[in-house]
Design a protein around this ligand. Structure first.
Ligand SMILES: Cc1ncc(COP(=O)(O)O)c(C=O)c1O
Length: 381
């Protein structure tokens, strides 16, 4: 947790963890963190078009929490990696989709800490025995030397992520290794601390960057539940008291209310997930599948505000938010909203073909034959 330090000092340092006073009754409390993220991430006003009357949207740039380690997962990894090291692990196992941002961040964090990394990635049956390629997150994972093992979506659905990671864990133990397993998305009770801690960061920023005012809502994408569990619990316990409005990009809301309840119970929080968050279904056509309307939206937001959303997570969440604002403007009128951009930009490269239909135009530059030469800086050729 390199809060207030940026990369200046405190990067890759193991530090004892002291929870915020309002979270000190939770249990278990983490003992250490490894500072992996570039924190605090900026908060700025986001001038989205067509907002309801007097509605303000602010953006928390967790997409800027690093480069190879960018996005929301790095906050969870600060706690999970410290635990892996404390347990004397020599390797990390985790699991996710073929373009999992979590797997990429885990692979990089593991290598920073001199741990080996094993990734189980879910792909389609037809591609199981083919080289998975080097697009987006895969390029980084393979460059840092993560061991990639592919399973089909059908195998994943039949066996489940826990049993799959167990198979790999047993194999590595039988080879004399000491693996540490991180669940899908880093979303367990320990990983939840990443976004409990982010609330402490937001509370401080409220006074320094956001006009010392309140936030009424925190809007964020939900993929495995850990981010919304930490945000909603932290916001509820602290003075922030903003309501988490989560937009689910894969499973349906009931699944996540229950999953988050398990995380809250795992921390002995004593509260109900349904009391501290609203979950909306923003899955659309399915996980990591986009409608043309969603792609157009991502392009329009980028072109009007300069903020590039990833179409799998924050793109769908922002699309869902704007849709709800159009359908129910009264509900959002006058609200101050903090939207968390959770990153995922490397995954954008996997969407290049889909986005080709919406990106800006190009043309060959028109040059007159008679244009005289003028020397500039550097001789490139
Ligand atoms: C870029 C991005 N945003 C949001 C999420 C969702 O976070 P969580 O898995 O904690 O629900 C994920 C991962 O699932 C992600 O990779």
């Amino acid at each position: 947790m390199a809060t207030d330090t940026g990369f200046g000092f405190g990067f890759l340092v193991k530090q004892p963890y002291h929870p915020p006073s309002w979270a000190s009754h939770l249990s278990p409390l983490p003992s250490y963190t490894f500072s992996l993220a570039h924190l605090p991430t900026p908060i700025h006003k986001w001038n989205l078009p067509n907002l309801p009357n007097k509605t303000e949207v602010w953006l928390k740039r967790d997409d800027l929490s690093g480069m190879q380690l960018s996005g929301n997962k790095v906050r969870k990894l600060e706690f999970l990696m410290a635990d892996a090291v404390a347990q004397g692990a020599d390797s990390i196992i985790t699991i996710g989709g073929i373009q999992s941002n979590h797997c990429r961040a885990t692979a990089v964090a593991a290598k920073y800490l001199n741990l080996d990394c094993f990734l189980i990635l879910r792909t389609s049956k037809a591609l199981l025995d083919k080289d998975p390629g080097l697009t987006g997150n895969l390029l980084v994972e393979r460059l840092v030397g993560a061991h990639v093992e592919l399973v089909s979506k059908e195998e994943y659905a039949k066996i489940g992520s826990v049993a799959l990671t167990n198979v790999l864990k047993e194999r590595l133990i039988s080879e004399g290794r000491k693996p540490y397993v991180i669940p899908v998305g880093g979303s367990n009770a320990l990983g939840t601390w990443g976004y409990i801690e982010a609330i402490r960061e937001i509370e401080k920023q409220l006074h320094t960057v956001a006009d010392s005012q309140r936030f009424d809502d925190i809007v964020v994408a939900c993929g495995s539940g850990g981010t919304i569990a930490g945000l909603s619990l932290g916001s509820w316990l602290s003075n922030l008291k903003a309501k988490v409005q989560a937009f689910s990009v894969c499973d349906d809301p009931d699944y996540f209310y229950n999953y988050v309840q398990g995380l809250l119970d795992g921390l002995k929080a004593g509260i109900s997930s349904r009391d501290i968050m609203n979950i909306y279904n923003a899955k659309g056509l399915g996980y990591a599948i986009n409608t043309q309307e969603e792609l157009n939206f991502v392009k329009d937001i980028a072109a009007t505000t300069g903020v590039v959303l990833d179409p799998v997570y924050s793109g769908k969440a922002a699309f869902g938010l704007m849709k709800d604002m159009t359908e129910n403007p009264k509900k959002w009128e006058g609200r101050r909203i903090l939207f968390i951009h959770t990153g995922g930009l490397l995954g954008l490269y996997d969407k290049a073909n889909d986005l080709a239909t919406v990106v800006g135009n190009w043309k060959q530059m028109e040059l007159h034959e008679s244009l005289p030469r003028q020397d500039g800086l550097g001789k490139m050729f």
